[in-house]
Design a protein around this ligand. Structure first.
Ligand code: NAD
Length: 334
């Protein structure tokens, strides 16, 4: 514990606010995600240990950054939250234990989960009315996002019209827009050849491409979408599980990541993590972890959420790339 926790908390808040602004508002981070996660974790720990210094406006209580000016604001009737992180199997086991306790399950009972790759892109909410795409917004600060409808309409695998959804008054589909690795490499090669600025990584390229004021530029960017959640619905009964929701989305013509798996119990989640980490570099998109979600929507509702994240989901982050490369080097040397 630092000698003066109040001072360290203030320092951490100032640092995290600066890095968040660079990342969310300018799409130009100056530190790695792992370094950011470390500062964030340090702040969370100090706030728990020193609740008298915890501030209500701390970044640990908020989602994302301020919506960028130049785009019309879109209010999220159901807030778009962030996710809590787990950096080890022990933290994952703790998450599962807390969820079972909250649900009043027996010690021996297991929870059914859905395992989903954590895509490193931009969260969006896409609203369909009577099957037609009418609005798309970024997450923004979770309450208010930016209207990026014209840009989202240029993403090739996002349907402008859903199959057989004419009777659905409203369906807000949530998911991630990302830039596949191959497209990112080509985009940067082209930029370099033309003496233009290159993007630091596919996530920044996706964010920058979606925040274009001219949709013709976005249309030229190799973006793709996978859906993974739901917001407001009107005039439709949705399936009662996360896995059911994703299968239903597919039947409507929406793209769902085929790596998604339904499993029973937390050990199967750990096995999925190990299996996908081995194949991670072969995937054509960047992922920074695995998201585990309680499958039953009724159980999700029972678990609820805290200020910035649901209690029914957790992101198990991969170790930082540098650490991973180092580990692999060591493995090859022995
Ligand atoms: P997050 O990335 O930790 O988790 C929430 C987000 O995960 C969602 O909003 C969604 O966009 C995404 N996601 C991807 N796949 C998903 C799926 N299958 N289901 C649900 N959500 C899915 O959230 P955050 O609050 O946006 O960002 C925090 C993270 O961003 C940090 O942990 C850090 O890695 C990075 N960050 C880095 C810097 C920096 O300076 N390098 C600054 C700020 C944030």
């Amino acid at each position: 514990m630092p000698a003066d926790p109040a001072k360290r908390i203030a320092e951490l808040i100032a640092l995290i606010e600066r890095y968040s602004q660079e990342y969310y508002e300018h799409d130009a981070p100056s530190i790695s995600d792992a370094e950011y996660d470390q500062l964030f974790r340090e702040l969370q720990t100090l706030e728990v240990q020193n609740p008298q210094y915890a501030r209500r406006d701390s970044p640990t209580q908020r989602v994302g950054g301020k919506p960028v000016e130049g785009f019309a604001p879109v209010m999220h009737v159901i807030p778009m939250l962030s996710l809590d992180n787990a950096f080890s199997n022990d933290e994952l086991l703790d998450f599962d234990r807390r969820a079972r306790e909250r649900l009043g399950l027996l010690e021996t009972a297991t929870i059914d989960y859905v395992c989903e790759p954590k895509l490193d892109g931009i969260a969006v909410a896409i609203r369909y009315e009577r099957g037609m795409l009418v609005q798309a917004a970024t997450r923004g600060d979770g309450q208010t996002g930016e209207d990026i409808t014209h840009n989202v309409k240029t993403v090739k695998n996002i349907p402008l019209q859903l199959h057989g959804a004419e009777s659905i008054d409203a369906l807000e589909v949530r998911g991630e827009i990302f830039m596949p690795k191959r497209g990112f490499t080509r985009l940067n090669q082209r930029a370099e050849a033309q003496g233009e600025k290159t993007f630091a990584n596919p996530r920044n390229a996706a964010a920058g491409s979606l925040r274009q004021l001219d949709p013709a530029i976005t249309a030229k960017r190799p973006l793709a979408f996978y859906c993974y959640g739901v917001g407001v619905t009107q005039g439709v009964d949705i399936p009662d599980s996360q896995y059911g929701l994703l299968r239903w989305y597919e039947s409507l013509g929406l793209p769902v990541n085929d790596e998604v798996q339904a499993v029973s119990g937390i050990q199967a989640c750990i096995d999925y993590y190990e299996q996908l980490s081995r194949r991670r570099s072969g995937l054509d998109y960047d992922i920074d972890g695995i998201v585990y979600k309680v499958n039953s929507l009724a159980e999700q509702a029972d678990l609820g959420f805290v200020s910035r994240a649901p209690r029914w989901a957790i992101a198990r982050k991969f170790p930082a790339e540098e650490a991973l490369t180092h580990l692999l080097d060591v493995e090859f040397q022995v």
